[in-house]
Design a binder for this molecule. Structure first.
Ligand SMILES: Cc1cc2nc3c(=O)[nH]c(=O)nc-3n(C[C@H](O)[C@H](O)[C@H](O)COP(=O)(O)OP(=O)(O)OC[C@H]3O[C@@H](n4cnc5c(N)ncnc54)[C@H](O)[C@@H]3O)c2cc1C
Length: 422
């Protein structure tokens, strides 16, 4: 039953207390709007707290707007205005001004220098408090409708209560990691208001492989390797960097970044992944290198001769796949066997079977079609006074801080627009 006294009127109601929702609510309030933020979990920013393994890679150290936007593929141009308005520099200043020291790490990822995601969250909740945002947790929004009662406004039903607001920002996230609260609720209302939803698919997702040997090396991280994707024998994608073996397949930055492309190609035909364990050496150089090692290890068994070029847990796997007798003395290894070994190290095949899916996807690709959202304001082109921010939009970038930057940029802009500034 609705409790009458809770029929409160707001200027701006933000649905979803993740990074995009918090920054938009804070910004709208800072500009003088009366703001409410509704979050269904018992606390704000549940997903934010697990970002960057709890350390929160909160942006990417790239000040060139076009280069940053490009990382979101063909949809990236949509971000131009938002990035011009509240880009990487502004995000760094925003957090630094509120006491966060940060550092740039490998691959231009920006993390809090000391501390972790909790500090980022603390700054955001502080921002909400500063502006006087009413934020309610344990408040799952179950319906959203437009009512005409003198003037047009939104009626929001949440946890058996209702409130009214002139403007609404939808920042309910995507469908990835639903255990953190993002289960796609926002798509439903966007659709109800006439928006097109581009089919949500898991992205930045670990990949299952047909090869069972991966289990033997689970936990092994490989740095500076190259991973290539072949569809029906033709190379279609390539990444360089760090990857990880898991008990079901492969993960780590380059795999996560390639996962969307793997999923798309799996729908088209036979996909093979080819791992180059030694991308800095061509076939000939690697063979020479192995010859030198064999020379040094003269008289030793093959199984005791690979420690200089391979991590120990991978050695038994490579030996088995090479079909070279493990106890054979390296002195007796034939040229053909050596070439087979080189081929394995440069072209180790992995067969992706499927992605692990939404429960393990870092982001969702797909969402509210960008054609129906004004990039200068984040306002719906279909419904007056409705705005979108964050992962609910059809935007997804690679790992490295891009996705949170997207949330800050679109959220800040949506907050300003909803407060009536743009
Ligand atoms: C394991 C992991 C690690 C990550 N690491 C990084 C990283 O280091 N750097 C980076 O840039 N990105 C990272 N990401 C991606 C990043 O977390 C997301 O891009 C970001 O959280 C999206 O923010 P959002 O505010 O749009 O949505 P979310 O963070 O998903 O927040 C949406 C909120 O809306 C709430 N909600 C949903 N429906 C309702 C409803 N009906 N009523 C009320 N509330 C509702 C949810 O409970 C949730 O709290 C990571 C993601 C994961 C899963």
């Amino acid at each position: 039953m609705m409790r009458k006294e809770e029929k409160i009127n707001y200027d701006v109601a933000v649905v979803g207390g993740g990074p995009a929702g918090m920054i938009s609510a804070g910004r709208a309030a800072e500009l003088g709007a009366k703001v409410v933020l509704l979050e269904k979990n018992d606390s704000l920013g549940k997903k934010l707290l697990i970002t960057g393994k709890g350390r929160c890679n909160f942006t990417h150290y790239e000040f060139d707007r076009d280069k940053l936007a490009e990382k979101f593929g063909k949809e990236g141009r949509f971000l131009y205005s938002a990035l011009d308005h509240f880009g990487v520099r502004e995000v760094l200043n925003f957090f630094q001004f509120r006491g966060l020291t940060w550092q740039v790490e490998r691959g231009n990822r920006v993390f809090p220098k000391e501390g972790n995601a909790q500090d980022v969250l603390r700054i955001l909740t502080g921002y909400l408090r500063e502006g006087g945002v009413n934020f309610f947790c344990n408040s799952r929004v179950s319906d959203l409708e437009i009512i005409q009662n003198g003037s047009e406004k939104f009626r929001i039903i949440y946890s058996g209560r209702e409130l009214f607001s002139k403007r609404v920002i939808l920042s309910t996230g995507g469908k990835s990691y639903p255990q953190t609260g993002s289960n796609g609720d926002g798509y439903h209302w966007a659709e109800k208001f006439g928006h097109t939803i581009i089919n949500p698919e898991p992205s930045l997702n670990p990949v299952e492989t047909a090869e069972k040997w991966v289990k033997e090396v689970q936990g092994l991280t490989l740095k500076n390797v190259s991973l290539q994707l072949y569809l029906e024998g033709r190379k279609r994608d390539e990444r360089f960097g760090e990857m990880l073996f898991t008990h079901f397949g492969i993960s780590g930055p380059i795999v996560m970044d390639m996962s969307k492309s793997i999923a798309q190609h799996l729908k088209k035909g036979e996909v093979k992944l080819v791992l180059d364990l030694k991308p800095s050496l061509d076939f000939q150089k690697l063979e020479e290198r192995i010859q030198r090692d064999f020379q040094e290890f003269k008289g030793r068994m093959f199984k005791n001769s690979l420690q200089k070029i391979l991590p120990s847990s991978l050695i038994p796997v490579i030996i088995r796949l090479s079909a070279i007798e493990e106890e054979k003395k390296v002195d007796y290894i034939t040229k053909e066997e050596r070439k087979r070994l080189v081929h394995l190290l440069k072209e180790l095949e992995l067969t992706p079977t499927e992605l692990l899916g939404f429960p393990w996807a870092m982001v969702t690709s797909g969402g509210v079609s960008l054609r129906e959202v004004n990039p200068d304001t984040m306002a719906s082109k279909k419904i007056k006074n409705l705005f979108f921010a964050g992962e609910i939009l059809n935007l997804d970038g690679p790992s490295g801080g891009y996705n949170l930057q997207e949330c800050w940029s679109t959220g800040y802009l949506a907050g300003e627009s909803a407060a009536g500034k743009n």
